[in-house]
Design a protein around this ligand. Sequence first.
Ligand code: CP
Length: 318
Amino acid sequence: MGSASRKKGSAIRNLLQLEGMSRTALERLLDDAFRFKRDVMRKSGKKVGALRGKAVVNLFFEASTRTRTSFELAGKYLGADVVNFQEQGSSVEKGETLYDTAETIQAMGVDLLVVRHSTSGVPDRLQRYLQIPVVNAGDGSHEHPTQGLLDMMTVLERTSTLDNVKLVIVGDILHSRVARSDLWGFVAMGAHVTLVAPPMWLADGLSQSGVELTSDLSHAIQDADVLQVLRIQKERQAMDGMPSLEEYRARWGITTEVAKRLRENVIILHPGPQNRGVEIDSEVIARTRTRILDQVENGVSVRMAVLTRLMGDNHERE
Ligand code: CP
């Protein structure tokens, strides 16, 4: 798992980022996820029991539907007890710090924390102080590693390899943690990645071997095998010279007209939630080439794989 997650002589402890993960480590997790989907979810009535006696807390300081629910289901399918921490009504409202909150939960005998926070680096900082594994469920604009994994799994279901697959990611690249996890994961797996955004949202720092940055959507999508359409964060409107929603849709939106110019077998992804009629049209979402609900489904298997690897008896040791 991510380099920051390893401690010498101990089991792999955390999943903080896909950056720095080896292809072998990614493939191992993806193989586990496929196994859960094929052999367990469909054959064993969703009850596995591998994590019976374990306790997981979802510590979410940002809204979520897919990630929090699928971590909860994944833990429960594996037999763990899962608690969703709610910031509202907690002692955070009385001024308790993030670290004190996490340490308090750890003291209750919890075995793993799943953390989402609006500030980049929070899961990493917490794991430095805690003795239990931490899984990053999305931190600021840094990474969303389980999203990257489920995106790779969804494509692999169609292509069987990511070698030389052409992935185009369009949207708010500068602020997108999904873009970063996809980028690091897909590149490690042999894919070619193109990042498309309005000029003020292109993150120059991401320019590296195998990654192209452009604002020219029409050119980028010509030979795309996979198109990942990012959510436009409306809260950023008018903050940094962002075009209006209408202008964004006209130049970077995946409209019905734009979709006609995509390759026949293109796989269209969206991490959700979607702004229909802004970054993607409803008509495009409804097409069979769109794998958005496959992404959601695969999120459960991926999170089962991650939880098992971090807490199960057979987790990898260095
Ligand atoms: N893709 C994703 O992170 O969605 P949620 O915010 O609903 O969890």
